[in-house]
Design a protein around this ligand. Structure first.
Ligand code: NAI
Ligand code: MG
Length: 357
């Protein structure tokens, strides 16, 4: 039988994005050629990002989304470089893709890695194993607002940055979270809110959560204010399974989660269009890390873990599990980069993962 061929767009973008996307591609290519003809990958690399901006004045071409539309999946690095304002680079590429393709569910696992010392003493797989489900299309990152509304003159500028919460947007991400929880050992969803202070959007969020939870009597549910949730991540992470949160809250909490697991470099993520009308995008949670870019020491684990999420999405759960196991074996064998207290380079870690595939 001819292998199923998946067409993947690689967008390394900026900084360590290049190093970690390279690592992920190496692992995926090895897996494909070792899959006994189960699947093949065909890559197309796009040079979009901050260098592209310096040459063209755009982060990606005007028809960028059209160029990406027909790929089976997008594999993304990280965007942002000191030469371009961060809001220009983020909105011009990553948010343009996520929002343009309605990748409304952002899935961010927080997992313990064998051999990695967590700042949570005595942490293991039972403490650190949850998934942050981030509303990825509206909320605080709706882009609504403006500056200098009243023309009050220099020094008196005002800016409004509004959050947008729709009943439909809340409902679809919450149903997604409950469906995901049903597949986990501990079927439970915790909603992150701030409805004590934000009496409009977050109260709607709470009401929709209550309604959706009632449709899933087999799944436990509770809710927690975002500030208390930050403390709970540190003090009582063991009773979390699926955490559903708004765009901003989940952005912050998932960085905290990956730091608890040991480093931002460990965290993987999937930006999903669950209806599969558009390609979904897989990327590490971290940014372009200009402070270490080019030194060959970027932690590739988050990017390789994101490649495993991509395989699952493509309907390849067994190869995805192979990558997960190889990652665990590599960290357990002591293949740790400097951000985890080790000395291994990006290439050495990638090679160790290949050894354990
Ligand atoms: P960052 O995630 O790039 O770096 C934060 C810290 O974590 C740095 O000390 C960095 O060295 C370390 N770090 C990050 N990834 C690492 C890895 N793979 N291995 C080892 N250490 C790693 O966040 P920062 O510094 O706030 O932002 C830098 C740029 O990245 C900005 O332009 C920002 O807008 C952009 N950014 C892009 C994101 C994306 O494309 N998804 C997400 C977050 C930030
Ligand atoms: Mg973030």
């Amino acid at each position: 039988m001819a292998p199923r061929t998946f067409h993947i767009a690689a967008i390394p973008a900026d900084g360590v994005g290049h190093e970690v996307v390279d690592a992920g591609r190496t692992v995926l290519d090895a897996l494909a050629s070792d899959s006994g003809g189960e699947f093949a990958l065909e890559w197309t690399e796009f040079d979009w990002g901050s260098d592209y901006y310096s040459r063209t004045g755009r982060m990606m071409p005007e028809d960028g989304l059209e160029q990406l539309q027909d790929f089976d999946a997008l594999y993304f690095g990280a965007v942002g470089w000191p030469s371009v304002p961060d809001h220009t680079s983020l909105w011009g590429l990553r948010l343009a893709i996520c929002q343009g393709f309605d990748q409304w569910a952002n899935v961010r696992p927080v997992q313990f890695h064998p051999g990695v010392l967590s700042p949570l003493r005595k942490a293991d797989q039972t403490d650190l194993d949850w998934v942050v489900v981030r509303e990825n299309s509206e909320g605080e990152y709706s882009g609504l607002g403006g500056r200098n509304l009243s023309g009050r003159g220099p020094g008196n500028e005002v800016a409004v940055q509004s959050s947008l919460f729709t009943e439909k947007g809340c409902e679809r991400i919450m149903r997604f979270a409950f469906d995901l929880a049903r597949k986990r050992d501990h079927p439970k969803v915790t909603s992150v809110t701030k409805s004590n202070a934000q009496q409009h959007g977050m109260v709607l969020w709470d009401e929709v959560f209550e309604r959706v939870a009632a449709d899933y009597p087999d799944v436990d549910s509770d809710r927690c204010l975002v500030d208390a949730m930050a403390a709970r991540f540190v003090l009582h992470p063991e009773d979390l399974s699926v955490v559903v949160a708004s765009n901003l809250h989940a952005d912050i909490l998932s960085d905290l989660g990956s730091a608890l697991a040991g480093s931002l470099g460990l965290a993987s993520s999937a930006n999903l269009n669950p209806e599969r009308r558009t390609p979904s995008m897989f990327e590490p949670v971290h940014g372009s890390a200009p402070d270490i870019a080019g030194h060959g020491i970027a932690n590739p684990i988050g990017a390789i873990g994101s490649a495993a999420l991509m395989l699952s999405h493509l309907g390849l759960p067994a190869p995805a599990a192979r990558v997960e196991r190889a990652l665990g074996a590599a960290t357990a064998a002591g293949a740790l980069p400097p951000d985890l207290g080790g000395t291994a380079t990006t290439k050495q870690i990638t090679a160790t993962v290949l050894d354990h595939l």
